[in-house]
Design a protein around this ligand. Structure first.
Ligand SMILES: [Ca+2]
Ligand SMILES: [Ca+2]
Ligand SMILES: [Ca+2]
Length: 221
């Protein structure tokens, strides 16, 4: 591989990195439990490369109306950060799940049922939606006393509940039992780590540059 080819490869890597981060939807529904011994909850995660200001964001169930439950209280949500809403009080939810450093907004009253819809809005714009009903056409797991988690990264944002499954203790999302015995992983998703940070691209490029340098050295010896 000559220097020109290496520099072309580097450009291609840079370009694909830029494109994939731009095409990456920023915030996704990443977990939900419609009913539990403790309060039901929904988790949203910022899967983008940059922070997202939640001022003016809101949640609703199948009435699908923006502004119903205000999410402005989350403030600025960092890249990779998961935030949680619950019908419980935030204080009780945080205690039940032994959370530290997780933003929780409690007290929503537009509860979700066994078959329902989760809608996330930025202003009037629908950012993500998930329709589910284990007893209906939408399918998906019955998230009673255990939350629903996406089987793959691609399932996030796909609005296809059949690509979700019940969390079990010790699964790939590090699910665990709350003090109430509900199973889940509120405030965390392994999928956040699947999104490369800009620093990672820089490291990849540095690595490629080193490979190119060594290749050139080997040739000149
Ligand atoms: Ca419920
Ligand atoms: Ca409903
Ligand atoms: Ca989670």
């Amino acid at each position: 591989m000559n220097t020109r080819m290496i520099s072309q490869l580097l450009s291609a890597v840079l370009l694909s990195a830029g494109l994939s981060s731009a095409a990456q939807a920023d915030v996704r529904i990443t977990e939900w439990m419609y009913s539990g011994v403790g309060g039901e909850f929904i988790e949203f995660t910022n899967l983008g490369a940059g922070a997202v200001d939640f001022t003016g964001w809101s949640y609703d169930d199948d009435s699908a109306t923006s502004g119903v439950f205000d999410l402005s209280g989350f403030g600025v949500v960092a890249a990779g950060e998961s935030v949680v809403i619950t019908e419980d009080t935030a204080v009780k939810f945080i205690a039940d799940w032994s959370l530290t450093g997780v933003k929780v907004l409690g007290g929503y009253t537009n509860n979700i049922g066994r078959g329902d819809q989760i809608n996330l809005f930025n202003g009037a714009t629908l950012v993500d939606t998930l329709t589910y009903a284990d007893n209906g056409a939408a399918g998906g797991p019955r998230t009673q006393n255990a939350s629903g988690i996406a089987q793959t990264f691609a399932a996030l944002g796909a609005d296809d509940a059949t690509q979700w499954q019940l969390s079990v203790v010790g699964d790939f999302e590090n699910s665990y039992a709350s003090l109430n015995g509900d199973i889940g992983n509120p405030g965390y998703t392994s999928y956040a780590a699947a999104v490369p940070e800009p620093e990672t691209y820089a490291l990849m490029l540095a690595g490629l540059g080193l490979v190119g340098f060594m290749a050139r050295r080997r040739k000149s010896v």
